[in-house]
Design a protein around this ligand. Structure first.
Ligand code: ZN
Length: 368
């Protein structure tokens, strides 16, 4: 077990308010957890290495829950738990299938953790919780005492932020209809999460946002899903590793080499930039979100990635008045690199509808 590592943003000096929400992001290499209070202040943060298999994932999740509750102290109110995990997730029943990197073929994760801890548990796909966490940041609604994602103050703040002038003039963000945020996860693979009015969209089968397997790229590289030309083959961490191999952090290196005039780097950078811009256009045209957040490991490249995608979006806009009118670059944001947004999103998901779940996902009292 790793030592307690309070996050720099953790608000450890204030008195906690309201119910405690624990959020745990179960990843392939680490399990990261946070505790936030009713005012959405970050109270504690822990991280432990991942062990594989159903039993290990259950045991480590429960251990992390107890570690997170320790520093929160005895004055806590009701506690909810949100878990994020890769694979196919049945959020209604807390069941995960095919979390390959975790060695899980099938697991009733939610019911198992609820039974052991006595706490209400919600399980969501990892991209969805990252989307929820990033969206809460885009709305400036986390760690802002007295503000909630659904409050009028938060909505007003989001609208004011959206209407601030961009580099190229006023932002063209919608001021009508639902408030929708899209999160494009540029991780090993490519997928999107959609947040509407502060809630995760799931679709009919849970496959919403699986844009990585839309087969539209002209290079027709083979994809692990069986198709050729999937967006994921040109717009993901795995794509960059394949097309620009042998470097620990290939995207920053690729962009740096291209800027120095390396012709091959320029060609590969064009493929990647075009692919991500295509992903942004697909999300924008299908969902029409007010904000599109680029997250996942590739987003840690920072401004150079944003500049690359913007360059390719502008290329499309240059030959299409329709695309230009959407002002897509103005909707783009980078996910914050200094916050555990997936764990934060898991905490926010965990507190939603905690009282209206199947009995196997509702705990009683935590064993103390
Ligand atoms: Zn595919």
């Amino acid at each position: 077990m790793a030592a307690s590592t309070p996050h720099p943003e953790a608000d450890t000096d204030s008195v906690q308010a309201g119910p405690i929400s624990l959020g745990i992001d179960i990843g392939g290499t680490k399990i990261e957890g946070v505790a936030i209070d009713g005012d959405k202040r970050l109270l504690a943060c822990h991280r432990i290495p991942t062990r594989k298999g159903n039993q290990a994932v259950h045991d480590d999740t429960v251990t992390l829950i107890h570690h997170l509750l320790d520093p929160v102290g005895l004055n806590r109110g009701p506690v909810t738990v949100g878990l994020g995990i890769p694979g196919r997730v049945d959020a209604n029943h807390g069941i995960v299938d095919d979390a390959v990197n975790l060695g899980i073929r099938h697991m009733a994760l939610g019911p198992a953790v609820a039974k052991t801890t006595g706490l209400p548990v919600r399980v969501e796909n990892d991209v969805n919780i990252a989307a929820l966490g990033a969206a809460s940041q885009a709305d400036n609604t986390l760690i802002a005492p007295g503000t909630t994602p659904h409050s009028e103050a938060a909505r007003d703040q989001a609208r004011r932020s959206a209407s601030e002038p961009g580099r190229d003039g006023p932002r063209a963000l919608p001021d009508q209809g639902d408030h929708v945020v899209a999160f494009i996860n540029l991780g090993t693979g490519l997928a999107a999460g959609i947040i509407r009015e502060g809630r995760i969209e799931h679709g009919a089968s849970g496959a919403i946002g699986e844009i990585g397997h839309i087969s539209v790229d002209a290079h027709q590289f083979p994809c692990k899903c069986g198709q050729c030309g999937c967006l994921e083959t040109v717009a993901s961490g795995a794509a960059v590793e394949t097309l620009w191999p042998g470097i620990a952090h290939p995207l920053p290196d690729l962009i740096a080499q291209a800027s120095k005039g390396n012709q091959h780097a320029k060609e590969v950078q064009d493929i990647i930039g075009h692919g991500i811009a295509l992903a942004v256009q697909i999300v924008a045209l299908a969902i029409d979100p007010a904000v599109i957040i680029l997250g996942g490991g590739m987003s840690k490249t920072g401004q150079p990635l944003l500049d690359l995608v913007t360059e390719h979006l502008n290329k499309s806009a240059a030959c299409s008045h329709f695309i230009a009118s959407l002002r897509l670059p103005d909707r783009l944001r980078l996910a914050p690199a200094d916050l555990p947004i997936a764990a934060i999103g898991a905490a926010l998901a965990g507190r939603m509808d905690a009282d209206s779940r199947p009995s196997e996902l509702i705990g009683k009292e935590i064993a103390s």
